[in-house]
Design a protein around this ligand. Structure first.
Ligand SMILES: [Fe+2]
Ligand SMILES: [Fe+2]
Length: 169
């Protein structure tokens, strides 16, 4: 039984983001399933999730960079922290045969993702819609003024508390 299901509460009505998020949900469920069978299968499936997440975060970071976000914005910063944690969990399982963090990170990621999608990703989707950004061409129909460089993330806080980050390692 997967911890995270696709549902209207995590749908952002942004087709490219929703597609990527649907894949994240599926890969997370596949990793939970695989880990229930064996540690080796769980690690292999988890590595597919990590690889997909690097692309997922990279895509959102590029969209932010192309639409007026400052490089040091907190949404991108959270992506970096979460991806580093995910990679550390891979390292511990693969190099040290420590599978405890892998078992713990999956439900933590499920919780984290709902919160992230509903705050930072939802704010990004609405920003992209406001500036009329076309992900296919990278063109903005209504570019923001240069002095409006975005550093915020649309979440309740720019320094997410530890409870807002997945904790496993
Ligand atoms: Fe996302
Ligand atoms: Fe994001």
């Amino acid at each position: 039984m997967p911890t995270l299901h696709w549902s209207p509460e995590i749908t952002l009505d942004h087709p490219e983001m929703d597609q990527t998020h649907l894949e994240f949900v599926d890969l997370l469920a596949a990793a939970e399933d695989a880990l229930a069978r064996s540690e080796a299968e769980g690690l292999a499936a988890y590595q597919r999730l990590v690889e997909h997440t690097a692309g997922h975060f990279g895509q959102e970071d590029r969209w932010m960079a192309s639409t007026g976000f400052a490089p040091e914005n907190c949404h991108s910063h959270q992506h970096t922290q979460v991806l580093e944690l995910m990679q550390e969990v891979t390292r511990l399982a693969r190099d040290e045969q420590d599978f405890g963090p892998l078992g713990r990170v999956l439900p933590e990621l499920a919780k984290w993702f709902v919160q992230h999608a509903q705050s930072m990703d939802a704010a990004l989707a609405s920003h992209l819609q406001q500036v009329g950004f076309d992900p296919a061409t990278g063109v903005m129909a209504r570019p923001p003024l240069a002095e409006e460089a975005q550093t915020g993330c649309g979440g309740s806080s720019c320094s997410p508390s530890p409870s807002e980050q997945p904790a496993a390692a």
